[in-house]
Design a binder for this molecule. Structure first.
Ligand SMILES: [Zn+2]
Length: 179
């Protein structure tokens, strides 16, 4: 007899046809319906898990991308007025004078413009990544956009850390993307 399903792969006990478990050691008989079912259930579970991780990634990207993009746009549009407001603040004036900083209203505006641009660029990259994950297309673009969003988030070290964590998550889900 060469058919290995007639013997338990665990303990070697002879098995009757149709047995799904070895009566001696309890091992699932290979090729039995139970094993097939078990395999299918396990793969279904993995898929459900990956699906929920995918949704979580979309949610996390949206939570970051949408406010960051909007804030970046608003800051950029309002940089001049904002610089004026900060500049006219007496506490700010005193702070500049006490530290002997060489700051002008234009340098405040430039600073706001740079931060706003980084914000906007980072937000847009995160949006691109989110769109790819949402459509499950172009996982490489999703990973690169997510990494770019992280780097552009350089005004916050915490943001960079979370960003790269997200990038790794997106990468780990690449099998869920259609090629
Ligand atoms: Zn056995």
């Amino acid at each position: 007899m060469t058919d290995d399903s007639k013997f338990c792969t665990g303990c070697g006990r002879g098995l009757e046809p149709g047995m799904q478990f070895c009566p001696q050691c309890g091992r699932v008989v290979s090729g039995s319906e139970t094993e097939e079912e078990y395999r299918q259930k396990a793969s279904e579970m993995r898929e459900i898990l990956a699906e929920s991780r995918l949704n979580w990634v979309i949610f996390a990207l949206a939570i970051y991308a949408i406010p960051t993009t909007i804030a970046g746009m608003l800051l950029l549009a309002d940089a001049g007025a904002m610089a004026d407001t900060i500049w006219s603040n007496t506490d700010f004036q005193n702070w500049v004078i006490s530290h002997d900083y060489n700051i002008t209203v234009d340098s405040v505006k430039n600073y706001i413009t740079i931060v706003a641009s980084l914000c906007l660029a980072s937000g847009v990259c995160a949006l691109v990544s989110m769109a790819c994950v949402l459509k499950r297309r172009m996982w490489k673009v999703a990973v690169i956009a997510c990494a770019a969003a992280s780097v552009l988030c350089c005004w916050s070290l915490f943001g960079v850390f979370i960003g790269f964590l997200m990038t790794w998550f997106v990468f780990s889900l690449k099998d869920m993307f259609s090629s």
